[in-house]
Design a protein around this ligand. Structure first.
Ligand SMILES: [Fe+2]
Ligand SMILES: [Fe+2]
Length: 234
């Protein structure tokens, strides 16, 4: 019985449902845009992975003594919606924000969670999730490359440069609750259940900026460091 593990893993179930919705939406848009079947199959597989993650997270909630059901916020699951801009713009917005940023930082976050985790149900969940997140991250960068490979490349690259500061600005706020327990100091038992202190999140994000985002965006002609600095000051 561990109350913080119960509530944290239940929140993760909700987050995994949200991830599946977002990935289904992105894959639908990609299908409408006539993307290659390889990319579409990869997207559909990810949407299914997220449901497996939800199931595994639910099993951890129960193993920690929980008996609740997830509270799915239907209004938030309506998002993202089409903006009225060209379809490719919305695909790039969602792909970069959720996959190049979100799933890319998720890899070191889950690695950290798995390292301290000892409870069998939580360990099994984190092992599977971590394995999948590496592929989910790669999907984002492959998708961005595909979008920057066509005639729309100049306007799509300009879109990323323009909107990246906003996505960076939100990333802490949108990801922290899914990973960090509410309390600042975790007990050893919480850590065994795969929880992490909120302070650690900021460290992982900072490392991801220099190790992943800056070099990966640079290869694609985008200055992530400048975007980060703009996000920090705006
Ligand atoms: Fe997931
Ligand atoms: Fe994922």
């Amino acid at each position: 019985m561990n109350l913080s593990a119960q509530s944290e893993w239940l929140r993760r179930v909700e987050a995994e449902y949200r991830s599946s919705v977002i990935t289904q939406r992105l894959t639908l848009w990609l299908t409408q845009a006539g993307a290659s079947p390889d990319l579409l199959h990869a997207g559909l597989r990810i949407a299914a992975d997220e449901l497996d993650h939800a199931e595994l997270s639910m099993a951890v909630h129960r193993a920690a003594g929980g008996g609740s059901t997830p509270q799915l916020d239907r209004a938030s699951l309506e998002h993202p919606i089409r903006s009225g801009d060209p379809l490719e713009w919305d695909i790039v917005r969602l792909g970069v924000d959720v996959f190049c940023l979100g799933e890319t930082v998720a890899v070191p976050l889950f690695r950290y969670l798995r390292e301290g985790c000892e409870e069998p149900a939580a360990k099994a969940a984190l092992q599977r999730i971590l394995r999948d997140e590496v592929r989910h991250r790669d999907f984002g960068w492959t998708l961005l490359d595909a979008m920057l490979d066509g005639p729309l490349a100049p306007e799509l690259r300009a879109l990323v440069v323009r909107e990246l500061p906003g996505w960076f600005g939100r990333i802490r706020a949108s990801y922290a609750p899914a990973f960090a327990a509410a309390q600042t100091a975790l007990s050893d038992d919480d850590r065994r259940w795969g929880l992490m202190p909120a302070a650690r999140y900021a460290e992982v994000v900072a490392k991801t900026l220099s190790r992943d985002w800056v070099p990966r965006f640079r290869e694609r002609g985008i200055d992530a460091r400048a975007a980060w600095d703009r996000a920090a000051t705006s």
